[in-house]
Design a protein around this ligand. Structure first.
Ligand SMILES: C[S@@+](CC[C@H](N)C(=O)[O-])C[C@H]1O[C@@H](n2cnc3c(N)ncnc32)[C@H](O)[C@@H]1O
Length: 280
């Protein structure tokens, strides 16, 4: 049984991507519900990895079904110096941004980019695009407009090098969340942070990739949750405070958290809304 690694100045890192639904602001409320002892750490909806970078678990497996995102993690792990060199070439300029953004419009041209060039493009677009969002349209093309930043840090060398060290022993997997069942065993800690079940049709952003996470995906995830529970895993799941989710997980422990979110996608209004943590 291992404990979460102690944070030291040397290893302290933060997510290298800004991600919609990132959990950074909620960690102070979530911390007391995380198990103190566990074997492996498994996070199948890694996104920006706020919880992973907070815990810095010794022995972990992270996955996501977004190929560009998983490529970024692999490149940071395997060739951080190549990535830094490539990131330094980017410029924060509108025309240049749209030129780099358009590289995925021609899939043959995109396929010719190296993994380092693809990761460098994704990180550049994430740092320079509007609100640091990752969003693709129905054809899978990145469609976030140019941002309104003053002087974005496109290449945070120090953090990227630390992240690369942290990732050295981490298994990084591309795949849908069910893949966690290939690895999960008794006493593993599984943190599940899926796209949230929407509170209304327009209120919440659920389309991170081409295939949005619909009701049937939430039901499939609930089946996976129950299977992990049967195996003796320690599970924490985040989701929206909605009747559907409260009912789906009514046999488990449900805790309410308060999150600052954009309540209405049409306005810039932010307010406190309830979210849930589900624990077994
Ligand atoms: C709420 S975000 C996770 C945010 C992350 N916890 C953070 O702090 O940044 C949900 C993630 O689930 C991923 N995703 C969506 N559908 C998925 C699926 N079927 N299997 C695995 N990952 C999926 C998205 O690509 C996105 O990264």
């Amino acid at each position: 049984m291992v404990f979460a690694r102690n944070l030291t100045k040397h290893t302290q890192t933060h997510p290298f991507l800004k991600w919609a639904g990132g959990k950074r602001q909620l960690i102070p409320q979530m911390d007391k519900f995380f198990p103190k002892k566990y074997n492996k750490y498994i996070e199948p909806f890694i996104g920006g990895g706020a919880v992973f970078f907070y815990l810095l678990p010794e022995n972990s497996i992270i996955s996501d079904n977004n190929p560009d995102l998983i490529n970024c993690y692999k490149v940071v792990k395997e060739d951080v110096e190549g990535l830094i060199e490539s990131l330094k070439k980017h410029r924060y300029e509108k025309d240049y941004y749209y030129e780099i953004r358009s590289l995925d419009r021609d899939q043959n041209q995109y396929a010719e980019l190296s993994d380092v060039e693809k990761a460098s493009r994704s990180i550049y677009l994430n740092k320079s695009g509007y609100n640091g969002l990752y969003r693709v349209n129905s054809k899978g093309l990145f469609n976030v407009p140019f941002g309104r930043h003053k002087n974005p840090k496109i290449c945070d060398e120090e953090n990227l090098r630390k992240v690369s060290i942290v990732l050295k022993n981490v298994k990084i997997v591309l795949g849908s969340f069910e893949i966690c069942l290939d690895f999960a065993e008794k006493d593993d800690f599984v943190y599940l942070d899926p796209p949230y079940y929407p509170l209304s049709d327009t209120a919440l952003f659920t389309s991170y990739t081409k295939n949005s996470f619909d009701k049937s995906s939430q039901i499939k995830l609930h089946e996976v949750f129950k299977e992990l529970d049967n195996r003796g895993c320690k599970i924490v799941l985040s989701n929206s405070y909605s009747e559907f989710i409260l009912d789906l997980y009514k046999d488990f422990k449900i805790v309410t958290l308060k999150a600052k979110r954009n309540i209405n996608s049409n306005s810039q209004k932010r307010g406190l809304i309830n979210e849930v943590l589900i624990l077994n």
